[in-house]
Write a protein of this length. Structure first.
Length: 121
């Protein structure tokens, strides 16, 4: 008997993985040994969206589940998701600023050239 893989299995996509709107960062569920359960990707994504800093992000999980709940590997995995979103947001902001600078420079130059052409000597 042959076993056919689903599209998600073939691509290695976990069905429980979550991505934010217009984002390429995938947030998976994380198993927390001391809790003996998984933190859902949706909760992690919500904490990412709500936190303004990395400290606020970490504080959410420590206050919700306790300071000694997460080992180094588990917290580093959470921070990997947070930093992925931050890098993506920073890249989008830098791209938008670059586009504004390019667009603003062209309009100013054209106006100066037009003034020179209107002068009769």
């Amino acid at each position: 008997m042959k076993h056919l893989k689903t599209f998600n299995e073939f691509n290695g996509i976990k069905e429980d993985a979550v991505t934010g709107q217009d984002s390429k960062v995938v947030v998976d569920d994380i198993y927390i040994a001391k809790l003996d359960r998984e933190l859902k990707g949706a909760e992690i994504l919500g904490a990412i969206k709500a936190a303004e800093t990395e400290g606020e992000f970490k504080d959410y999980f420590y206050s919700e589940y306790g300071n000694s709940t997460f080992d180094t590997a588990e917290m580093s995995q959470l921070l990997k998701f947070y930093n992925g979103y931050e890098e993506e947001a920073n890249a989008e902001e830098a791209e938008a600023e670059a586009e504004e600078e390019e667009g603003g420079g062209e309009g100013e130059g054209e106006g100066e050239d037009d003034l020179d052409m209107d002068i009769d000597i």
